[in-house]
Design a binder for this molecule. Structure first.
Ligand SMILES: Cc1cc2nc3c(=O)[nH]c(=O)nc-3n(C[C@H](O)[C@H](O)[C@H](O)COP(=O)(O)OP(=O)(O)OC[C@H]3O[C@@H](n4cnc5c(N)ncnc54)[C@H](O)[C@@H]3O)c2cc1C
Length: 448
């Protein structure tokens, strides 16, 4: 019987453990320093906002692990001795492994700002960060103002969290428009407006210079590259994440930004694999980044490595790119590739529709010559994942997507739909005469 040791009990490590157990009786040990039990990191914000208790983030009951014979160990791994196949723990103990899966996720970035380690300066990644936030920002009396540094998805979550407790908030965003290194400009502009309408002070094109301390060594203000000093009691650092791999520096495992792996998620050392946020593909898979810090790719990697370790060696195949997030109360979905202006692919063109009053919009990216649909972004409109996946696989054109958009709509029944308005704008721009077809369940279920 092999001993499979997994470092990291996030979505990647836990999925690997569960799927290995489905097909094998090997001994499995799941190690994590953060918590004994797996929890849903993406829902941390809802605990702070009072929508859920932390216990509600645990999808598996405590008995699940014993029943499935998965050993849980709460410990910090300080290094890996690849020659002797051991992981070394902070308490000076060690653990032998036959196969090792590294699934250690990400850590919040810090860029060496003066004052970044003061009290009252923190990120949001772990359960411990959430607990610290309860100390630093329990309410608006203790936290007079929060400054968020960084305009990505965690930055906007933090803004929504502080808003839920009435804490005045300033966001410092390096880009000229919110997340415009990812979103096309129409969408990015809409989110700028939305943030400001929620009375969050959004300072674009602004970099943090320094965090100033009070006489007790706590953050009291930040200064920016625009010469401003902003008084605050909390500085929330959200300038992105990077793979959590420092403890592997002297292990002999090849590292780049993350743990370098091939398409089979194998490292340069036999019997050692890496999955989830900490893994870096040696070669990018089509247009994807080599490190992908998103939930569902961690899950797919976990499922894939479980196949390999139970006798069915399988390459990682993430399928079409997909992601979703929320900008305050606006839901965002993206399928396929819709690049911002600065990164557009050759021959990538966009069709953009925005509702005249509400914060709803859609961008379709298509190939300028053959009109093939390359991707869709929606804000405030929910789409059906299987349909978008199918259209991308079948290489449908943007004309087809406009015509059959009702099949893709996944908004609740009583929501207003905008397929006619979208088609009207498309027709006027492209000189076409497309009429959206009625939704067909036969088509949706692939029975025609
Ligand atoms: C606030 C927040 C919101 C997010 N929202 C979304 C979202 O809406 N959609 C989305 O797709 N993604 C989202 N993400 C990203 C998503 O949560 C991650 O991609 C995902 O959790 C990564 O899973 P993982 O299993 O690779 O690693 P992790 O979940 O990071 O788990 C790794 C675990 O390993 C532990 N560990 C690390 N090093 C060691 C060591 N040396 N010894 C022992 N244990 C160790 C860590 O403490 C951690 O518990 C969000 C992330 C955050 C922080």
């Amino acid at each position: 019987m092999n001993h499979i040791v997994i470092i990291g009990n996030g979505i990647a490590g836990v999925t690997a453990a569960r799927h290995i157990r489905k097909k094998s009786t090997d001994k499995i040990t799941l190690i994590s320093a953060e918590t004994k039990h797996f929890f849903s990191r993406t829902a941390l914000m809802y605990v702070y906002m009072g929508h859920m208790k932390f216990e509600h983030l645990r999808p598996y009951e405590d008995w699940f692990w014993k029943k499935n014979d998965i050993q849980l160990l709460q410990a910090y791994v300080t290094s890996v001795d690849t020659g002797n196949k051991k992981v070394l723990l902070k308490n000076s103990k060690s653990l032998d492994y036959d196969k090792l899966i590294i699934a250690t996720g990400s850590k919040s970035n810090k860029f060496g700002w003066p004052g970044q380690d003061l009290d009252g300066v923190q990120g949001l990644y772990s359960k411990q960060d959430l607990e610290l936030l309860e100390i630093n920002a329990p309410n608006k009396e203790v936290c007079k103002r929060a400054v968020i540094v960084g305009g990505g998805l965690i930055g906007i979550e933090l803004a929504e969290m502080f808003q839920s407790r009435g804490i005045p908030t300033t966001m410092l965003v390096r880009e000229e428009s919110y997340w415009n290194n990812v979103l096309p400009s129409g969408e990015s502009q809409m989110i700028n407006e939305h943030i400001r309408e929620h009375h969050i002070e959004l300072k674009l094109d602004t970099n943090l210079r320094e965090i100033l301390a009070d006489e007790n060594g706590r953050a009291r203000a930040v200064t920016t590259d625009k010469g401003e000093t902003i008084a605050c009691t909390l500085v929330a650092l959200a300038p992105g994440v990077s793979p959590n791999i420092e403890f592997l520096r002297d292990s002999g495992i090849d590292l780049g930004k993350g743990v370098l792996v091939n398409r089979f998620l194998e490292t340069n050392i036999p019997d050692i694999y890496a999955i989830g946020d900490c893994a870096e593909q040696r070669e990018a898979i089509d247009n994807r980044k080599t490190v992908e810090a998103v939930w569902y790719t961690g899950r797919i990697m976990g499922e894939t490595i479980a196949q390999t370790l139970t006798g069915n060696r399988m390459p990682y195949n993430p399928g079409h790119w997909f992601n979703s997030a929320k900008f305050l109360d606006i839901e965002y979905q993206t399928y396929g590739w819709v690049f911002p202006e600065m990164d557009k692919m050759e021959n990538e063109a966009h069709f953009h529709w925005r509702h005249p009053e509400e914060k709803l919009c859609l961008t379709m990216a298509y190939h300028l010559e053959n009109k093939r649909l390359l991707g869709i972004n929606t804000f405030g409109i929910r789409l059906r994942h299987e349909i978008l996946d199918r259209w991308l696989t079948e290489k449908r054109t943007i004309h087809y997507a406009i015509e059959y958009l009702k099949d893709a709509n996944f908004d609740p029944e009583f929501y207003k739909n905008y397929e006619f308005e979208i088609a009207a704008k498309f027709n006027s721009e492209f000189g076409t005469n497309i009429e959206p077809r009625k939704k067909s369940w036969k088509r949706i279920l692939g029975r025609v």
